[in-house]
Design a protein around this ligand. Structure first.
Ligand code: GLU
Length: 423
């Protein structure tokens, strides 16, 4: 990623473009260009060697016009305040596209969890939670998993918050294990949603699953579960990458076998799987993946992956953004000229936060749903939002990103106008 890339500037640029097109009220626009609240915390941890290391963490709440704020926590060496602010803004739009009664937030800690022991990660998670406890809560701001965080991380967060207030508060975070108030279907919800909108977008272009090839960047929670669903629907997954490298097989990878391999491998990586050609090295593998002659490309890793430098090499007819912000505005333009359909992040990866919402509702009511009920409700909301976005695109004669943003921003703007400005 280039050193001078600002994800926040990119998110504001996208907002400005939409605001201009919608003739958005300048006072509402001005409010949206700022985050309501940003907390920077230091997180001192005693490491296993006895030394103290201090990590920096953030929690940013972008906009709460439509309800309490919501968004994940990432643990990654590349975390910055700029990035967390941008991701918080994207969460505002994402929740609004689906119609969830939430605003957007995000959090992160600058760290490399791959180089830390489980105990160190637990202590860091707990101290971070305690530092941000003053601004989170089931009625205020509800964290969830994101890059390198998982149900266990959420269990520690829930426990730390509950110990602080003196009673169990399952609704303070989502993406928890089922045993402590998590929801059926949450683990695979983002991947399931990615697959759902991918199938719908492919259908619109006359592509049949059984004849379509897919390349997936990233094999974490989102990429691996998307691969599983797509394989189940008959798509041929011909390439996947992860932090270490990439796997390629033009005849299609055996996804269930690959998932089993990753589960067993010490670092949960695709390396060592026999059913394809392995290319060592993150950058080389990704360059090859993005340029594959596939029907559909699903970037499911980090932001700013498809840029002005490599967009010209993309051959896919459809890009489905499983990650947040994987395509830069310059790449967007290049791909639009090439006729590529992009299903934007705030729609494509909204399955996770949608089931997070179901989890929160279940926690508040202490009444838990069956997996079929969760999946049926998720599929219904994803398809409804997909059609809403396509309708706006047809009406406004614009691409799907612009349409999704128009839909989201107009919903947030309506709430902002109705509520007015305090005091
Ligand atoms: N981190 C996920 C996202 O980017 C999920 C957020 C949530 O469930 O609150 O959408």
């Amino acid at each position: 990623m280039s050193a001078n890339f600002s994800f926040w500037n990119m998110a504001c640029q996208q907002l400005d473009r939409v605001a201009q097109r919608m003739n958005l009220d300048p006072s509402v626009h001005a409010k949206m260009r700022h985050c309501e609240r940003a907390l920077i915390v230091s997180v001192p941890i005693r490491m296993d060697d006895g030394k103290v290391k201090v990590f920096e963490g953030y929690r940013v709440q972008h906009n709460s016009e439509r309800g309490p704020t919501k968004g994940g926590i990432r643990f990654h060496p590349g975390v910055t305040l700029d990035e967390v602010k941008a991701l918080a803004m994207l969460m505002t739009w994402k929740c609004a596209v689906i119609g969830l009664p939430y605003g957007g937030a995000k959090g992160g800690v600058i760290c490399d969890p791959a180089a830390m022991s489980l105990g160190e990660i637990e202590r860091m998670t707990r101290r971070f939670t305690s530092e941000i406890a003053i601004i989170i809560g089931p009625a205020k701001d509800i964290p969830a998993p994101d890059v390198n965080t998982n149900p266990q991380t959420m269990a520690w967060m829930m426990d730390t918050y509950s110990m602080t207030v003196g009673y169990s508060v399952p609704g303070v975070v989502t993406g928890k294990p089922i045993e402590i108030g998590g929801s059926q279907g949450r683990g695979e919800a983002t991947g399931r949603g990615v697959a759902t909108v991918m199938i719908a977008a492919a259908e619109r272009l006359g592509l049949l699953p059984a004849q379509s090839t897919v390349a997936i960047q990233g094999f974490g929670n989102v990429g691996s579960s998307a691969a599983k669903f797509l394989y189940g629907k008959g798509f041929k997954v011909v390439g996947v990458t992860d932090v270490g490298g990439g796997l390629f097989n033009p005849r299609g990878l055996d996804v269930p076998a690959l998932l089993a391999h990753v589960q067993k491998s010490p670092h949960k990586q695709i390396k060592g799987f026999g059913g394809g050609e392995y290319v060592e090295g993150h950058d080389v593998a990704n360059a090859r993946l993005l340029a594959l002659p596939v029907d559909i490309l699903a970037p499911c890793a980090l932001e700013n992956q498809i840029t002005a430098e490599n967009a010209g090499a993309v051959q896919a007819k459809i890009i489905v953004e499983g990650a947040n912000g994987p395509t830069s505005p310059e790449a967007d333009e290049i791909l639009a000229k090439a006729g590529t359909t992009i299903v934007p992040d705030i729609l494509a990866n909204a399955g996770g936060v949608t089931v997070s919402y179901f989890e929160w509702v279940q926690d508040l009511q202490a009444n838990f749903w069956d997996e079929e009920d969760v999946n049926r409700s998720l599929d219904r909301l994803m398809m409804r939002s997909f059609h809403d976005v396509y309708d706006v695109a047809a009406r406004e004669k614009c691409d799907l990103r612009m349409a999704a943003q128009i839909l989201a921003i107009s919903r947030v703007a309506k709430a902002a106008t109705l509520r007015g400005i305090y005091p």
